[in-house]
Design a binder for this molecule. Structure first.
Ligand code: GLN
Length: 446
């Protein structure tokens, strides 16, 4: 009730939420109360949680912040939603996002732009900006987002909360509306690392319904927190502190590295030379996969359907012309171009080869280091409208996060301080399935 009241009081200023579940949430909360009264339950029982509107929720509208899915009510819950329900968590709302998770500011939502709670003239980051802003503004204890190229970590940095992108395959994507299937992962937003670990305990785990799900031994991510980080080896890839990183962000990273040094970690500069190709690789692979995934929106199977014509082709064309926003159309065009005959080898296959090079450079770095530390984003949150007209400058805001998805690694963004009251995020990157290591390091910093 208190969280619903808080939403009522402040969300008109933040505009983080697409849907508030009100009565449904209160019913779930009553059940949670009963479980807790019996002395049973899980650490998440009764905890209010907000879901990015890209996650299917049975009986609750799921829009992807697109006109295409304006009235789409899924007949099933995503795997992560089932898992949260099994813990007794209470889903209190669905959050605004860039349409189909394409963007870095929520300005690509077909409905409205979410505001950064620290400065409402600025963006909360994206594409999971609604989830990050909701946690920062105290609209829920935790939220889930999805991260294809930075969409959890960058908004976490912009809103001064913690955001984790797990290793590709650790969390089931069943019921996550796909953007780029080889890059997408679901992960939590919380105010601190301990809560992120509790959320990961709840959502991680093998699921045969996601063919890329990887069986892992049952792990208590919360239990591993605390204790010394002395002797841990931290690499600092120099390419991440180069182009476009502002002096205040660099100063925050330097200050954090000093803290780790004082905690007994060894800090060493290293190089991941192919980093500067990551953005180009991403903007071939992600749009290619997106163009295939979005082919299902034909006006027949799901969502919006243009019906004022007898022609099947015209119905399909109008449905897509009216249902998708400009950024989604741009991605579809890029993707279909890169996949078309004659260009496939030159663009798509080449991008896949460079992807392998990037992955191998990380593998080599992780032979020497337990974790890598970088900025999460090159700048503090920017003004609403500042980059909206220039897609390329918007794409650059994910320059530090995209390589992590390309290599399928886990990455966490933690609070790295403020500059002129604007948040700065610190990114810790780990080996595949080394969530424990990056959580432990993040927790030690906090
Ligand atoms: N901003 C990047 C994009 O627009 C990443 C988005 C994401 O991680 N979903 O594609």
């Amino acid at each position: 009730r208190a969280y619903l009241d808080r939403i009522e009081a402040v969300d008109s200023k933040i505009q983080a939420l697409m849907t508030v579940t009100g009565g449904v949430a209160l019913n779930q909360a009553k059940k949670a109360d009963a479980i807790l009264a019996r002395g049973e339950g899980h650490p998440l029982t009764g905890i209010p949680i907000i879901l990015k509107d890209v996650l299917c929720t049975k009986g609750i509208r799921t829009t992807c912040s697109s006109k295409m899915l304006q009235n789409f009510i899924p007949p099933y819950d995503a795997a992560v939603v089932e898992r949260l329900h099994a813990c007794g968590a209470v889903i209190i709302g669905k959050s605004n996002m860039d349409e189909f998770a394409m963007g870095s500011s929520t300005e690509n939502s077909a409905y409205f732009t979410t505001r950064n709670p620290w400065d409402t003239s600025r963006v909360p980051g994206g594409s999971s900006g609604g989830s990050a802003a909701a946690v920062a503004a105290g609209l829920a204890t935790a939220a889930l987002g999805s991260d294809t190229g930075g969409s959890i970590r960058q908004p976490a940095a912009f809103c001064s909360v913690v955001g984790l992108k797990p290793t590709y395959g650790l969390v089931s994507r069943y019921g996550l509306i796909a953007f780029a299937s080889s890059l997408d992962q679901i992960g939590p937003f919380t105010k601190d690392v301990a809560d992120t670990a509790l959320m990961l305990n709840a959502i991680a785990g093998y699921d045969p319904r996601d063919s890329t799900s990887v069986p892992q031994p049952e792990t208590d991510y919360h239990g591993c927190l605390g204790g010394s980080v002395k002797g841990m080896r931290i690499g600092v890839p120099k390419e991440y502190l180069a182009q476009g990183v502002t002096p205040e962000v660099k100063a925050a990273v330097d200050a954090a590295l000093k803290v780790y040094e004082d905690l007994g970690c060894s800090i060493e500069e290293c190089s991941l030379p192919t980093t500067d190709a990551a953005l180009a690789v991403y903007y071939i692979i992600a749009p290619s996969e997106a163009s295939a995934n979005l082919a299902r929106y034909d006006g027949v199977k799901y969502g919006f359907s243009y019906k004022e014509t007898d022609s099947m082709w015209q119905a399909m064309e109008k449905t897509r012309a009216m249902g998708f926003g400009p950024e989604v159309k741009r991605r579809i065009m890029l993707g279909t171009y890169a996949l078309s005959a004659g260009y496939y080898d030159a663009w798509y296959v080449k991008a896949q080869k460079v992807r392998t090079v990037i992955r191998r450079e990380f593998d080599a770095a992780f032979e020497r280091y337990d974790a890598l530390i970088t900025p999460t984003a090159p700048t503090v949150p920017f003004k609403i409208g500042e980059k909206a007209a220039d897609p390329f400058s918007m794409y650059l805001s994910d320059i530090c996060t995209i390589p992590v998805n390309i290599a399928g690694l886990p990455g966490i963004s933690i609070q790295g301080g403020f500059h002129n009251n604007l948040p700065i995020g610190l990114q810790i990157i780990g080996k595949p399935f080394a969530e424990k290591t990056i959580l432990k390091l993040g927790h030690a910093f906090q």
